[in-house]
Design a protein around this ligand. Structure first.
Ligand SMILES: [Zn+2]
Length: 290
């Protein structure tokens, strides 16, 4: 049995090295040999697993991890928590498990970095016209027969007829331009109608944002309807995305000239290693500057 003195005594770390967790019977917590044994109603192996997880999550804060995994009554003093955490961290099972968790965390970080970097690239290269675009489209006379008003179809023409019938003085709608008008046709350069002269008419197209895919979907940041009914399409900043990419690639570093540097020495635009790029990237996404 390891020594574990009460009343302010210590079990030194060297006492426990090489000794798997034995019965360390102390005031409020004991570490059993049997991983299945309950500690405050929870199997020891489960609390040990929690300890490892909190240790990795807190980037190596053993006392925090111990508090989260083992302390249930809030009465344990810091010195005791420190001591218990040290004991756990000397356990080869814990050491191995923490190493495994750190490897998984590193891989997950790498994956998230790659994914987020891809998002920035996609946002930077997205075409805003896929979300909303100002277009010049054909007018009603561009493609009408002999330049006359072109109707969409007979239903539209009949509707116009019914409307005209309500006003005795209204002229009968001209059907000579024919049917087949489609909003998105190009203007006819030869259109002679005074409102067009081949320039078409302005039209703002807003995409169905529920059907956006790829980079356009990543560029889309939502929609806002104003009090007057106008709709505004929100987009993520492409400028910011480009800046983040450039910062990750170290593009801004060569512009930094420290006091005392030899003015004649040309700044070197060093190509960052993958690790340096990742480090810079993490700083950027955490709001810091590289
Ligand atoms: Zn026209």
């Amino acid at each position: 049995m390891n020594r574990c003195l009460s009343g302010g005594g210590y079990t030194t770390l060297s006492d426990t090295l090489g000794t798997p967790l034995g019965f360390l019977e102390c005031a409020s917590v004991r570490f059993p040999r049997d991983a299945k044994e309950l500690v405050d109603g929870v199997p020891f192996e489960e609390r040990r697993e929690r300890f490892c997880g909190h240790y990795v999550e807190s980037n190596g804060n053993g006392m925090y991890a111990f508090r989260m995994a083992f302390v249930t009554d809030g009465k344990m003093i810091n010195k005791e928590i420190f001591h218990r955490a040290k004991l756990l961290l000397a356990d080869p099972v814990v050491v191995e498990r923490i190493r495994e968790m750190q490897d998984v965390a590193a891989q997950a970080t790498q994956a998230s970095i790659t994914a987020l970097m891809q998002d920035w690239v996609d946002i930077a290269n997205a075409d805003p016209n896929e979300l909303c675009a100002h277009m010049r489209v054909n007018c009603r006379h561009c493609w009408g027969i002999d330049g006359a008003y072109q109707w969409v179809n007979m239903a539209e023409y009949m509707m116009a007829m019914r409307e005209a019938a309500k006003h005795p003085d209204a002229a009968v709608p001209d059907i000579s331009g024919g049917f087949g008008y489609t909003l998105y046709n190009d203007p006819n350069p030869g259109c002679a109608h005074p409102s067009c002269f081949g320039q078409g008419q302005a039209h703002v197209h807003i995409a169905d944002t529920t059907k956006l895919v790829g980079s356009a979907r990543k560029l889309y940041a939502g929609v806002k309807q104003k009090a007057n009914g106008e709709i505004e399409i929100l987009m993520h900043s492409q400028e910011k995305a480009r800046e983040n990419i450039a910062r990750c690639l170290g593009a801004f570093k060569d512009a930094v000239q420290l006091p005392g540097d030899d003015a004649r020495r040309k700044p070197v635009a060093a190509v960052p290693t993958l690790e340096q790029a990742q480090q810079t990237y993490l700083q950027v996404i955490q709001g810091g500057k590289p």
